[in-house]
Write a protein that binds this ligand. Structure first.
Ligand code: ADP
Ligand code: MG
Length: 336
């Protein structure tokens, strides 16, 4: 065989392999960060890439878990006021959390840790605390109780605890997008327990993301948004809750001011933003703000859109969604 033909053969087989590889899609479902995560990589997928992604999810969980003793967050929360050197990812997440607390006027606040622990919603110890307990713990909440010092040190006022549970999945989703992009992936969809991030588009179409019906026990959706390169995150009162003997429902999104589950007319808020950590923080924050304040707030933000669903099935959209949202369940309505 001539040298030239041989090299052409090698070249064609290389092209074939790389061509097949770049089209290869893979899907993986893992349970991590206390939730079901689906990684759907639609091109340039391989085992190594999927493993890198799942390893990163496990790493984020072990750094940012509230309950695991080896986590950075646990160490900071049990340092009795001392400064703790943390991983740069943990520092980034806490720093972002502080920024979002300022922006949301304290409706989202990571220093809510002791209040979350006191209610224990979703744990074996969920219960309605006494008014006195709530009042005491509300005193431990506030940005003045958190000090950050560059590069990566965090200290808390003794008695305060931080919980990044409301944004860790958003951060993890951003990390999945980063890792995928670095590997040359052009199209992917990641679902971290309802916290959805998409990379690129679905061929020549946008991704169609269903917005979950907050009143349904199963995964039914009442509307669809068409999106590319963004994240869609929902917070609602139906995710984790308990009902006491008198039939009152207590859910896991807490109002840092009252110390009780946010009690307003909303059953769910969805935020759409290219940054998933931001979408995650503001889905929680807007839920606490309530419909009127939340809508006014979101209209002033040019990088975020939102969908609010009330307990009476009214759906309110921020201006930027009027053309990309499709209502597909007629038991809901969009008021004029
Ligand atoms: P999910 O975890 O179900 O996706 P969220 O993103 O809204 O829902 O996060 C809720 C979690 O965030 C709670 O379980 C609690 O750990 C924490 N949290 C509750 N209320 C607040 C709040 N006002 N600010 C910051 N974190 C909160
Ligand atoms: Mg959130």
């Amino acid at each position: 065989m001539g040298k030239r033909i041989f090299s052409i053969l090698i070249l064609t087989s290389f092209l074939l392999v790389s061509c097949v590889d770049s089209h290869r899609s893979m899907k993986e479902v893992v349970f991590v960060m206390d939730t079901i995560v689906t990684l759907d990589v639609r091109d340039h997928a391989n085992e190594k890439l999927l493993k890198k992604m799942t390893d990163r999810l496990m790493e984020i969980d072990s750094l940012m878990s509230f309950s695991k003793e080896e986590s950075d967050i646990y160490q900071v929360n049990h340092a009795k006021g001392e400064s703790v050197l943390v991983d740069s990812s943990t520092y980034y997440v806490v720093k972002k959390a502080v920024e979002y607390t300022q922006m949301s006027g304290g409706c989202f606040d990571p220093s809510i840790g002791r209040l979350v622990a006191l209610w224990g919603i979703g744990s074996d110890d969920e219960h309605v605390p006494s008014i006195k307990e709530i009042e005491e713990v509300v005193e431990t909440i506030g940005l003045d109780k958190i000090s950050l010092s560059e590069p990566n040190s965090i200290s808390l006022m003794d008695g305060t605890m931080i919980d990044v549970g409301a944004i860790a999945k958003g951060f993890a989703a951003d990390e999945m997008i980063r890792i995928a992009k670095e590997a040359g992936v052009e199209s992917a969809i990641f679902n971290l327990g309802g916290n959805i991030s998409v990379l690129g588009s679905k061929g020549s179409d946008s991704f169609r993301i269903g917005i979950r019906n907050p009143f349904s026990e199963s995964d039914e959706y009442f509307g669809i948004v068409e999106v590319t390169d963004t994240s869609v995150v929902t917070s609602g009162n139906y995710e984790r809750y308990f009902i006491d003997e008198s039939g009152v429902k207590y859910h896991h999104i807490l109002d840092p001011f009252s110390g009780y589950p946010a009690d307003n007319e909303l059953s769910g808020v969805t935020v759409i933003c290219s940054s998933s950590i931001k979408a995650d923080a503001f889905s929680t924050a807007l839920y606490v703000m309530g419909l009127e304040k939340g809508l006014a707030f979101i209209e002033q933000m040019d990088d975020m859109e939102a969908i609010f669903v009330t307990n009476s099935r009214d759906v309110y959209l921020s201006t930027g969604l009027q053309t990309s949202f499709l209502l597909c369940d007629d038991s809901f309505r969009i008021p004029e």
